[in-house]
Design a protein around this ligand. Structure first.
Ligand code: 4AD
Ligand code: MG
Length: 477
């Protein structure tokens, strides 16, 4: 096929002379030089307009943001900064862009401003690089699982169960909000709702994925996930994408091995395939860093950080060991933590996770064997009767990036746990069936895709790594 994008054009060996290209004008200098970008890569191609033989009318319409169609000849460039350029033979304005109102001017914009213009922000270098990386990571994830014998399962988005038991769900209903049907005791009568029961958007595909693991062996889901948590942080979205592998006959140790190998592999993929975009983001971060006081600057550049994760073993630490470290840590003793760790059993906050990863171990950490009562109902109870075979992976700058567990495969123990937590057995009859018919050890985990994209791009706000972020009070676009 003939190259149709700038990225393809710049890759070929320049035997091709006649080119035909479409894109958006980034800048137009001296009535002569167009920097054209079409989103295929960071590279602009310089198009040199023969202004003496071009209509004044057309020249005026070559403005930042305009869509143009250019035909011309590829030539060695005389100017600095590019090896080739296009000598324009014909230019057609496909879509004008009013320079008075076009929001994406060729200057530095704040991320806040660009968030408000999320429909146009991918016309900037930073956001186009982030979103190309997002695409590449997504491909790397499918590739990893496909190469390793996993099947991709599409778990439902509308569901009746609350997999995480946290109650942070968005209801799905077509009942009239003003006058819903009521039962005799005055509650909303969901038997009259569309599905004849209460339903919500999924908070996790895990429970359904377990049914497929217990038949197909190795499976994974990769889909949208919804959580109505009211946490307005730089690491939480109300709609995010989660990757959830689930494997039959695999225990917690195997789960940790899988998660580590998987994370290293997808990060390795972008180091190999997206170097140009990574270098750009790396430089951006270094420039930002220079503005900070010495003590706050990062020890590693973005690319060094990615290499470090790809090449070094993750540190595996039990919850109990972690609590000991935290209890004896400086910020705990000096009451610098917002939540002081006093005793075993405390839930870890992101300040604690980040201390372990960034200050204490200085490498990715897998924490395992958490107290049963701070984790979800489905996790395998250990012989000590108080911890479960849970594991969380903590990353520098991110905190928790993966959460997973070996699942409780014993029917009686699971039923007991559900009874204690008040989870209706009838709701999850099918989940219990897995423990009745051919039950076996099995495990899996969930990776928050946007947290991975944050890590790989060095972006510090999760709203900047998903095209159109959904957060409390915000569902624009
Ligand atoms: O730890 P979580 O809640 O685990 C589960 O949902 C399990 N069912 C996964 C499994 O074992 N199959 O969520 C998993 C990951 C977190 O580690 C985090 O990276 C991400 O999902 N995550 C979020 N990402 C963005 N915004 C939110 N509100 C998130 N909540 C969780
Ligand atoms: Mg978690």
């Amino acid at each position: 096929m003939k190259p149709s994008t700038i990225s393809e054009l710049l890759k070929q060996d320049f035997t091709l002379q006649e080119v035909d290209i479409k894109g958006w004008v980034r800048t137009f200098r001296a009535n002569r030089f167009i920097a054209l970008n079409d989103g295929s890569s960071l590279q602009n191609i310089q198009c040199v307009v023969d202004f003496e033989n071009t209509d004044e009318d057309i020249l005026k319409r070559i403005t930042t943001g305009a869509a143009v169609h250019i035909k011309g000849e590829l030539a060695e460039s005389q100017g600095k900064g590019q090896s080739v350029e296009i000598q324009v033979k014909s230019i057609e304005i496909l879509g004008d862009s009013d320079p008075e109102t076009y929001p994406i001017q060729p200057k530095k914009h704040s991320f806040e401003f660009l968030r408000e213009n999320a429909h146009l922000r991918t016309r900037t270098n930073t956001f186009s690089a982030v979103m190309r990386l997002r695409s590449s990571l997504s491909f790397a994830i499918h590739k990893y699982f496909n190469d390793n014998g996993f099947f991709y399962v599409h778990t439902p988005i509308i569901t009746g169960s609350d997999a995480e038991g946290a109650g942070e769900m968005f209801r799905v209903t077509n009942l009239d909000a003003k006058t819903p049907p009521l039962t005799e005791d005055g509650n909303v009568d969901f038997t009259e709702d569309f599905f004849g029961k209460e339903t919500n958007l999924t908070v996790s595909g895990q429970l359904e994925a377990e049914t497929y693991a217990m038949s197909l062996g190795k499976v994974y889901t990769f889909g949208p996930t919804f959580r109505a948590e009211n946490s307005n942080t730089s690491r939480h979205l109300s709609e995010f994408w989660m990757i959830e592998p689930e494997v039959a006959f695999m225990d917690l140790a195997g789960n940790m091995d899988l998660a580590e190998d998987f994370m290293k592999s997808v990060i390795g993929h972008v180091l190999e395939n997206n170097y140009e975009d990574l270098e750009f983001l790396d430089q951006r971060l270094q420039d930002e860093d220079k503005k900070k006081p010495q003590a706050e600057r990062s020890e590693m550049t973005l690319i060094e950080k990615l290499r470090f994760v790809a090449d070094n073993n993750f540190k595996r630490v039990s919850y109990t060991e972690a609590i000991d470290i935290l209890r004896n840590s400086k910020p705990n003793k000096k009451k610098k933590f917002k939540y002081i760790i006093n005793e075993w059993g405390a839930d870890l906050q992101s300040e604690h996770e980040r201390f372990l990863v960034e200050k204490h171990f200085k490498c990715p950490v897998i924490l395992f064997d958490y107290p049963a009562n701070i984790k979800a109902f489905y996790m395998r109870l250990n012989e000590d009767g108080k911890t479960v075979r849970a594991m969380d992976i903590l990353f520098p700058g991110i905190g928790e990036i993966v959460g997973g567990a070996q699942r409780e495969e014993r029917l009686d123990v699971l039923k007991q746990k559900m009874a204690v937590l008040g989870i209706d057995e009838e709701e999850l009859w099918w989940y219990l069936d897995l423990r009745k018919y051919g039950t076996a050890v099995h495990s899996g985990f969930g990776l928050g895709f946007e947290r991975l994209v944050m890590f790989a791009t060095g972006m510090s706000n999760i709203r900047d790594v998903i095209p159109f972020p959904r957060t409390p009070q915000n569902a624009e676009f």
